[in-house]
Design a protein around this ligand. Structure first.
Ligand code: F6P
Length: 554
């Protein structure tokens, strides 16, 4: 593997300087006027790939801006970076690792030589093991300690070993195979374990301890709790291997925990946690929807991978979305980004993107360690539509912050009830339309006059009813939520995040920030439990420790 270098200081690039000027020139750009002036605006600023439509016409965007954004991508040597990513160069420089989640989606027959070794046989060997395991469980051949078939699978994992698998299993519930229910246990909060275990029968439950590092506190604590629970329910030590399997790159630690070596599915250090749902970490997905659907998910992602690698930047979905994100965060000072899926099955999509985007792009230095003098990742938030319309959309419409948004909606619902889906789709479209159009003060005043209000009332109320509009959004339309389209959708965002990191010059694949909290957590725990009597270095933490201890006395 060669050492990847990306010393980009984006702000020094000629295109960045031109974009600073372009930002000023676009100050009074009106989307509404742009639509009125150009009947082809939608055609011009929308793209299709493999059942996915991206409409990016409702943005503060003209041809000049788009050209400059694409120049910025070029000048950031994005093409080389994409090659480096797919070829297995060490794009994660601080950990000296490749980030080869795309390899997991390559079709059978492909080769991928990294350091002289073809990785594809390793990947397909694990896929075969997954297939065998899934078939045994689905066919009732995997038996618990009392010889009953498995009915419930509990994935014990957190972060990337939870969010991706949970998102996909739940999003693809209409494709679920009969017989096996998947559950997720992530938090160390005992209440989560308590509530879940109430619904389970130890005789028919299989636990997957899912941890790349096999060193994550929450996961190990929950795995120990699950084991105690299994034994307390009548399970035997001799049959632990019928009820506990693991997915990890730390085979030694998994064995030391008591997982039988033949029950451990490997992953590799070149798969990042938040990019790992395509690996054996995706086992709960495969158990839920079956292996052929899991492979369709991979195929959808691979189709997006090819689009990303081969399509010119100006027609490349991840590149366009990434550069628009940079346009708003670095030139319009947008600090947050809303993800608004209009589909019940995608209700966990925003949470998955929170980890994907914020853990990847929440960085303050470049790959070479120099400090950024511009913004990197935004706060990702949002949730399922229409619910958000009756909660936080008000801030999008009339707040003082600029919040770009992605609306995501399928054309076809899995559950057509009367005209609900038409209403859902209409709401999705009308929200982005309202954000774009707004309502002028004069329009608001006219509406009030039409209600025959006195002019003093009209003047008093009109400012409150004015909606400035010109708020940017993308709309992503999927033909329907199915394994292939979902695979492509998730891969689209993975690449969006990567492109942004390349332009910013940051490392999208490390997450050193989360480590400090883990270390301090250990320290506070020792004080809380009285194992360390020495005072904490700050009085706030010590005061809170004292309060806890005073309530736990006796
Ligand atoms: O603490 C953050 C993190 O390291 C994530 O990046 C990762 O997805 C998660 O913890 C879980 O890690 P593991 O799979 O090693 O238990």
């Amino acid at each position: 593997m060669t050492h990847y270098q990306n010393p980009n200081d984006a702000a020094q690039l000629p295109a960045w300087q031109l974009l600073v000027k372009q930002r000023e020139a676009m100050q009074s750009f009106s989307m509404q006027e742009a639509f009125a002036a150009d009947p082809k605006r939608f055609e011009r600023f929308s793209l299709n790939h493999d059942g996915l439509l991206l409409d990016f016409s409702k943005n503060i965007l003209d041809e000049t801006t788009l050209n400059l954004l694409m120049q910025l991508a070029q000048q950031s040597q994005l093409q080389d970076a994409i090659k480096a990513l797919f070829n297995g160069e060490k794009v994660n420089a601080s950990e000296q690792r490749a980030a080869l989640h795309t390899a997991l989606r390559r079709p059978v027959g492909d080769t991928l030589l990294v350091d002289g070794e073809d990785l594809m046989p390793l990947i397909h060997d694990v896929l075969n093991k997954m297939t065998e395991l899934v078939n045994r469980i689905h066919n009732g051949l995997w038996r618990g300690y009392s010889e009953k078939p498995i009915t419930d699978v509990v994935n014990i994992g957190i972060g990337g070993s939870f969010l991706g698998p949970q998102l996909v299993s739940e999003a693809l519930l209409p494709f679920a195979q009969q017989g096996v229910h998947c559950h997720f246990l992530a938090n160390i909060d005992g209440s989560e374990f308590h509530e879940l275990s109430q619904t389970l029968n130890a005789q028919t439950t299989l636990f997957i301890v899912s941890s790349k590092s096999f060193n994550t506190l929450e996961t190990l604590k929950n795995a120990q709790a699950a084991r105690r629970w299994y034994l307390a329910q009548g399970g035997t030590e001799a049959c632990v291997d019928r009820h506990f399997i693991a997915v990890s790159s730390n085979i030694e630690a998994a064995v030391a925990f008591g997982i039988a070596p033949e029950n451990i599915l490997p992953i590799w250090d070149w798969v990042g946690g938040r990019y790992s749902l395509w690996s054996a970490i995706g086992l709960p997905i495969a158990l839920s929807i079956g292996m052929s659907n899991f492979k369709e998910l991979l195929a959808g992602a691979w189709s997006m991978d090819q689009h990303f690698q081969e399509t010119p930047f100006a027609e490349n979905m991840p590149v366009i979305m990434a550069m628009l994100g940079i346009w708003y965060s670095d030139f319009w000072q947008a600090q947050s980004y809303a993800i608004l899926p209009y589909d019940h099955y995608l209700r966990n999509f925003t949470q998955h993107l929170q980890q994907l985007d914020m853990e990847s792009n929440g960085k303050h230095v470049r790959q070479d360690g120099t400090a950024l003098n511009y913004s990197s990742g935004s706060v990702i938030w949002g949730g399922v539509g229409c619910n958000g319309q009756h909660a936080y959309h008000q801030l999008l419409h009339q707040g003082t912050l600029l919040v770009p948004a992605d609306f995501i909606v399928p054309v076809v619902s899995h559950n057509q009830i009367a005209d609900h889906h038409q209403w859902l789709y209409a709401n999705c479209l009308s929200q982005s339309q309202a954000l774009m159009q707004g309502k002028s003060r004069e329009q608001a005043a006219q509406e009030l006059r039409a209600q025959h209000l006195p002019e003093s009332e009209v003047q008093r109320l009109a400012p409150h009813k004015e909606i400035l509009g010109n708020k940017p959004s993308n709309t992503l339309v999927l033909e329907r939520i199915c394994p292939r389209r979902l695979g492509a959708l998730i891969a689209l965002y993975e690449h969006k995040v990567f492109v942004q990191s390349v332009v910013w010059g940051t490392n999208a694949f490390d997450q050193w920030g989360v480590e400090l909290g883990k270390v301090l957590g250990e320290d506070v725990y020792q004080r809380l439990t009285g194992h360390v009597v020495q005072q904490s270095t700050d009085t706030s933490t010590q005061g809170l420790i004292n309060f806890f201890r005073s309530r736990h006395r006796g």
